[in-house]
Design a protein around this ligand. Structure first.
Ligand code: SAT
Ligand code: MN
Length: 586
């Protein structure tokens, strides 16, 4: 008798009509066949075998280089359940419309069946998925990003306990591109794109959009967060989760080489993008990284900014839309040094400076996580790691200080809900515009965000030892438009203060928005920063914050009556605190 998995695959094959169906076992021999298939297309190259063994460069279609939020849909029967921040389609209408595009889409192609586990193989927090795809590039990436093949087939067995995802490149025409999620069925359909988050369905589609729905139904959390461990001189490790929007430095923070290494502070990587968290028997929230690899932004990544990932990506790595040197090595802006002569750009042309950046600004690497020298010994612990702090953050040239601590959980949820950031190249659209991005989940929450805030508030009541909540901003600029904070490895100085606050030490000063470090509470030795710059970094300007309140109110109004009372209350409380400080200073 056919298993539920086989029945679903048959159904997908009846619709897409591939020439053949191939179940993937995840073995090395199979991987080599799939890579050979990928290399048959002109869009993929093998890189230098000596310096980059088993590494490949793939060039996507120039119209398919980033997530496309305007083509991403949540298909639930009731539009209100999807909320004002998601695109909605009726499930039947979506099946009809997108079904027509998928009908026969795999003719002449192979349908690869990719069973996979999100999370460590034997973790109770992990979940299984099955992606069918007609792209060998997607299969090769999924093998790095998830535990793929036999292990997953064994876990699924005869059960229905997997999230099905149907992906086809279609004809790569953006007018026929849809990324559709069916939260009731826990199903994903994606057609017309071969790019990362649109096509590697385990990542944003499952581990965030569908998983956020499952998490709410089942009382856990699926968040757009890195997970790191900060080791102290005595060897104790404290774990933190941090939510920043795409391309705001989650990977660099999670993999940082600490500027305080000599003093015994070291950072361990558990994950760089997504955290799945459940309340453990010890009363702490326990997090696993559902992914097995890093799909990181290449431009700006070099030995000075992320030494660990640079060391990791010299083998078994797939590069997407990077440039290539005459030595067949990958290259991008910020890798270090001037562009070498004879560079081939991401569009496969001989590059010169008139052609813009040689690598696409959203060029990516896909690298196995265990290859990072910073990988935590606990990164595959089935029970996950206990989280002591949540850190929200974004890119803000103004307003938000370097770091502040929320007064309590409810206030912390408000801090997360009012997060805003300047947009980056990770999604198509304008770059550098401030947009509200609550908990960095705006493009990734699979249901109404008002209900998502409510879920956060409820989790806070249920977690016996909830994480303390902080907000950071590495990107504040001075009047001349220069960054005030050095960032990267020096961010450990902020993590150290957070750790001290978690431990009940750490000097703080109360402001209307929360606690900021007291003068001298940040460890700044070895940094050549002027006292004035530190003051500027920590400054809370009531006028800026008044404006911020107006803006967040406008955002919250979109949710109408559905917005939790507690969020409104926090808004009013902040407004009151700002007014009383203004009176004192006047
Ligand atoms: O493009 S992805 O969605 O895979 C990565 C990101 O935007 O964070
Ligand atoms: Mn991300």
């Amino acid at each position: 008798m056919a298993t539920p998995l086989e029945m679903w695959v048959e159904e997908a094959a009846r619709l897409t009509k591939p020439d053949q169906v191939m179940y993937c076992d995840g073995s090395e021999a199979e991987n080599q066949r799939i890579i050979a298939e990928m290399l048959r297309d002109a869009d993929s190259n093998a890189l230098n075998e000596k310096t980059y063994p088993n590494c490949y460069l793939h060039r996507s279609s120039p119209n398919d280089v980033a997530r496309t939020e305007h083509l991403t849909f949540i298909c639930a029967p009731d539009k209100d359940d999807v909320g004002p921040t998601n695109n909605w389609m009726d499930p039947d209408a979506a099946k009809y419309k997108i079904g027509a595009l998928l009908d026969g889409a795999m003719r002449g192609r192979t349908m690869y069946v990719v069973p996979y586990i999100m999370g460590p193989v034997n973790s109770p927090i992990s979940r299984a998925g099955v992606e069918v795809t007609d792209s060998p590039y997607v299969v090769a990436n999924m093998r790095i990003m998830a535990r793929m093949g036999k292990v997953a087939l064994e876990r699924i067995g005869n059960s229905r306990d997997f999230v099905p995802g149907l992906h086809s490149l279609g004809d790569l025409d953006p007018t026929r591109r849809y990324i559709a999620h069916f939260p009731e069925e826990k199903l994903i359909w994606s057609v017309g794109s071969g790019y990362g988050g649109n096509a590697l369905l385990g990542k944003k589609c499952f581990a965030l959009r569908i998983a956020s729905v499952m998490a709410r139904e089942q009382g856990w959390m699926a968040e757009h967060m890195l997970i790191l461990g900060l080791e102290e001189p005595d060897g104790k490790v404290t774990y933190m989760g941090a939510a920043f929007p795409s391309a705001c430095g989650k990977t660099n923070l999670a993999m940082m080489v600490s500027a305080l290494q000599k003093q015994g502070y070291r950072v361990w990587t558990v994950g760089d993008d997504i955290a799945w968290m459940k309340i453990g028997d010890d009363g702490f929230l326990h997090a696993i990284n559902p992914e097995a690899g890093f799909f990181g932004v290449a431009p700006g990544t070099g030995m000075a900014t992320n030494q660990n990932v640079m060391e990791a990506l010299h083998k078994n790595t797939i590069f997407t839309n990077a440039a290539m040197t005459t030595e067949r090595e990958p290259w991008w802006e910020g890798i270090g040094g001037a562009p070498p002569a004879g560079l081939i750009n991401w569009k496969n042309e001989l590059w010169d400076s008139s052609k813009g950046p040689a690598a696409h600004p959203n060029a990516r690497y896909t690298v196995p996580a265990h290859q990072s020298p910073s990988i935590s010994p606990k990164w595959e612990a089935p029970e996950g790691v206990p989280i002591s702090a949540f850190i929200f953050g974004g890119r803000r040239a103004r307003v938000a200080p370097l770091v502040y601590e929320a007064f309590d959980w409810q206030h912390g949820v408000f801090v997360g809900a009012t997060m805003a950031s300047e947009t980056t190249a990770a999604a198509t659209g304008n770059v550098g515009i401030v947009r509200r991005d609550p908990m960095a989940m705006l493009p990734f929450c699979g249901y109404n965000m008002a209900d998502y805030f409510q879920h956060w508030l409820e989790m806070g009541k249920r977690i016996p030892h909830p994480p303390k909540i902080f907000h950071v901003n590495w990107f504040r600029k001075d009047a001349d438009g220069k960054f005030l904070w050095p960032g990267f490895g020096d961010n450990v100085r902020v993590l150290k203060w957070i750790l001290e606050r978690v431990e009940g030490r750490g000097g703080a000063q109360e402001t209307p928005i929360g606690y900021v470090p007291a003068r001298n509470a940040l460890t700044l030795d070895g940094l050549t920063m002027r006292a004035h710059a530190v003051d500027e970094l920590l400054r809370v300007d009531p006028e800026d914050w008044e404006q911020e309140l107006v803006d967040s109110k406008e955002f919250f109004q979109k949710f109408g009556e559905r917005l939790p009372r507690e969020i409104r209350d926090e808004h009013e409380k902040l407004s009151g605190r700002l007014q009383s400080t203004a009176r004192v200073t006047r």
